[in-house]
Design a protein around this ligand. Sequence first.
Ligand SMILES: Nc1ncnc2c1ncn2[C@@H]1O[C@H](COP(=O)(O)OP(=O)(O)OP(=O)(O)O)[C@@H](O)[C@H]1O
Length: 763
Amino acid sequence: MKIANYQNQSIYLPEFPRSRYEEIYQASIRGEVKCVNCHQNLNFTLTIYDIPHFYHINKEQNLACMNHNVELEQEMVARFENNPSTTENTDRIIKLPTKRSISNTATIEKTDENQFINRLPFYNIPPYKINEQKTDQFVINQISLDSQQWNAVTHIGSPLLVLAGAGSGKTRVITTRAMHLMNSGILPHEMMLVTFTSKASAEMKERMKGLGYPIQQMEIGTFHSIFYKMLLRFDRAKWDSSRLIKSDFQKEIMLKQIGRRLEIDEKSFAYDQAIQQIGLWKNSCVYPHEIRSKDAWEEQVASLYEGYESLKKQNGQFDFDDMLLGCFEMLNENNELLLHYQNRFKCLLVDEFQDINKIQFNILKILFQHTENITAVGDDDQSIYAFRGSDPRFILDFKEHFQGSTIYHLSENYRSTHGIVSLANEVIKPNKNRFVKSMHAQYDYDQVPSFFFPYDEEEEATMIINDMKEKINNGANPGQFAILYRTNTASRAVFERLIGTSLPFTIDQDGDSFYDRPIIRKMISFLLLIGDEDHQAALKEILPVFFLKQQAFQDAKMNSVLQNLSFLEAFTTIKSAAPFQIKKIENLIKILRYLKHASPLEAIERIEESPAFMDYIKKRGNESNKIERPSDDLRDLKVVSKNFKSIREFIEHAFHISAKFKEYKQKKNQSSQGNISLLTAHRSKGLEYDYVYILGVVDGGFPHDYALESLKNGNLDQLEEERRLLYVACTRARKLLYLSILQKRRGKKANTSRLIRRFINKK
Ligand SMILES: Nc1ncnc2c1ncn2[C@@H]1O[C@H](COP(=O)(O)OP(=O)(O)OP(=O)(O)O)[C@@H](O)[C@H]1O
């Protein structure tokens, strides 16, 4: 059915604004949408597969009402055809018998049903063919291998690189090869197996332990865990963990201390970016004196880097990057120690070799120069950590780095269906900096990946959750679903919606919840002050917006009592505030009082435009942050605020979600088995799920804005990295893959991602 009653008015879906479909959906859940025929509650579908419609759960009733409404719908179609819409036409009233229809929007935004038809990739998907010669033929320790994998596992006589696409069994090969080497006489403690994540090493250990291998004697772990242990053995006091600078926050405090000495303007300088740049230099083995700055910014960061290194030395501290640099220096300077380790380690295996950086490479090179028993597995198309110094050239130039080495390619994909594999092959094809390879799927499935077109982030969340619910009701295990996104903020709507369901899920995120991000906390504090000018926590939070110190808070508190003013008003009376600050506070008080009955959206927009807030964003908001900009956070906040009528409800929602987020973050380390996974595309590397949804595949989202900005400056590298990231995300899916193409992102019209635009048939 396309007609229903809502808020005592009648609506006809094709003539109802698309921007309000989500509202209708939520209203239908609350039982506020009624049938024009029987006046009972109606449900509303908003899913990936269906064109939205109203329906009764009871099939007979549904049929009866549908039949009754057919005539009515036809009448409406005819009426609209005879009266084509114009943007000025505000009078296009849908007159149903007895009821008034909704026509209160100034412009009627028609809804094109085509937007709801999810589309299949539009390119020549090659017909599926089984590759019989390559099917499983060999077994080691109950693990089956095809002939290519077997050759790699049993190879001897030269350094080996297994270079292969996603899902081709590289992890299987490296784990089986480790066992095969032990079966062939290498002792467990003579082996070093380096993985990219501790999760991957735990899985490998588990697997080998289950098969009876003494894994406690083996050196398996991430670069940091293995080499930090070496440092501890060598000089425990120097490398004691109490000296470790664990967080970026600690680094920022140190850099700001140095920055003050260097007279760097704290308000406008992007310290978070400086931290990243210093990390990049350290991982690329670039020491402060070697930096040739490209511009004034780099020059400042180079000075900070130099200051940071000496401050650390002075305090006897070290950071995570120093663990690897320190280890390299230790092996380089202490020949006896190097020989000791070379006597011990007879062979090396490295997983995810495409993500290795210079310092990691240097350590392995010096430590394993004595042997050709080196195995690396990797996929240059999955190199996605350039911002941390990873360099795919180490894998691309493997033959030059390891003389006489052999390269094996694996071409069979055991993870994903033919449709997913062929889409992934097409996605990555335009990259220039790569080994040309193409995967071949071992399986076919009747469904191929598809694109769907939600109106905005809210509708995207609804569509995905409804699709998951349907699949789970039909027997799918929640643990087989993953929702992947480019940056953490993109997960906000899905997270909020999942909380309201009984679906089990985990979110893999280190940072704060969306509502705890600095700029959002400030905005929410202003909203709180609209209803309560004495709200102490909110007042404390907004001090930085007026560039006021903690003392100002105490002074205002006293004045508010002495002069019988609201706490907020009392800020205009304090001596420590300069006239420009007082003017800003007075102006804000006026705005906040005016907003008493405003909607949350209107309130946010007005506060955002206030001189105080605008100045704050400009000066302190760190707009130069390339990955996550405060102004983008505010745009996201406006999107969600639209769902709430009152400021109070909106604030309650924000607090509720923030508390829930903390709860879910604590669960992160618990097993994610049986739970839907929410994670960034970066973190999904190495993992696999039956059903994968990729959020916001639009320009600015995926690829990220900063890649598009560097493209404008003629730099293609970032876009290639974004393409690799999308390739990683797509290849996590075993059975079904969905790419979401938002029509609006952060409240603005969005364009289909240039990474997939050519696959979409507009018809
Ligand atoms: N010979 C084989 N027979 C059956 N299944 C296999 C075979 N080789 C690999 N697989 C399965 O294929 C999937 C992908 O394997 P694996 O994770 O080792 O691939 P990968 O190359 O490391 O993937 P990626 O680089 O995308 O993370 C796994 O589920 C694995 O068990």
